[in-house]
Design a binder for this molecule. Structure first.
Ligand code: 5GP
Ligand code: ZN
Length: 134
């Protein structure tokens, strides 16, 4: 239990949250920002900093719940698709250091920008491959 963690406080009901799912291992609740309509966070009840720290069994459960809720949210809110993402460390935009998976229902192509720039001209794929697998 991390006394100073905002998500632990939501789990412990010390601060309110719109909790849409609750089981022994994880909860899901509406993200305050609502980056897209229905934006939801799925988090383990046990505090882990990020996806690199969480144990494999908890992660598997969190992802199963994420898929179940993704289906439910898309159906109930009539979304056309969704993005699922998890930010890891400040460099990647993580602001709350309690592992969480974002479910971002999508209704149109412009409401959310996740830009993948093309660096294929500058990167030697064989070099990257060798670095990762060696
Ligand atoms: P991150 O940037 O760390 O991946 O995402 C953290 C998310 O937590 C943000 O989308 C932010 O809106 C959400 N958030 C931060 N504080 C609270 C809170 O007190 N309640 C809820 N429901 N969401 C929060
Ligand atoms: Zn926490």
């Amino acid at each position: 239990k991390m006394s100073n963690c905002i998500f632990c406080k939501i789990i412990n009901k010390e601060i309110p949250g719109k909790i849409i799912y609750d089981d022994d291992v994880c909860i899901a609740f509406l993200d305050l920002s609502q980056a897209t309509y229905g934006h939801t966070l799925v988090i383990p009840k046990k505090h882990f900093e990020n996806i690199l720290e969480v144990d494999a069994q908890t992660l598997a459960h969190v992802m199963q719940v994420t898929q179940k809720l993704a289906k439910q949210i898309v159906e109930k809110l009539n979304a056309k698709g969704l993005n699922i993402l998890t930010n890891t460390n400040e460099v990647a935009g993580q602001t709350v250091h309690h592992f969480h998976v974002h479910i971002l229902p999508r209704y149109d192509e412009k409401e959310l920008v996740i830009e993948f720039n093309d660096h294929s001209q500058d990167v030697d794929l064989d070099e990257v491959y060798q670095k990762i697998v060696k």
